[in-house]
Design a binder for this molecule. Structure first.
Ligand SMILES: [Zn+2]
Length: 98
């Protein structure tokens, strides 16, 4: 997927990671986003939104802390979902066997 014109590869993580309470990972150097596999699609979508915010934060050097990114994720996700916006395409690369 493209974020600020940069093409990120989006993949599912190899192993279960929920124990470590890390649902996703953003790597701004390698342009990679990885998402935990043992979650519902809804959780994966929310995590994808989170990692997208991490990528924007990184690429623009916004200096947002995790707390701010979590707040933006929850606020945006809730508002968009309540407004009937389908965010599932955010995770389509995860389901294309990529
Ligand atoms: Zn984060």
């Amino acid at each position: 997927m493209k974020i600020l014109g940069m093409t990120y590869s989006v993949k599912l993580m190899q192993a279960r990671i929920l124990e470590s309470s890390k649902f996703g990972q953003h790597n701004g150097v390698e342009l990679k986003i990885t998402i935990a596999r043992d979650m519902s699609v809804q959780q994966q979508v929310a995590t994808m939104l989170h990692e997208t915010l991490e990528a924007i934060n990184y690429q623009l050097g916004l200096g947002l802390e995790e707390k701010a990114i979590l707040g933006l994720e929850r606020g945006l996700h809730g508002t968009l979902i309540d407004a009937g916006v389908n965010l599932n395409p955010l995770t389509k690369e995860l389901r294309n066997g990529a």
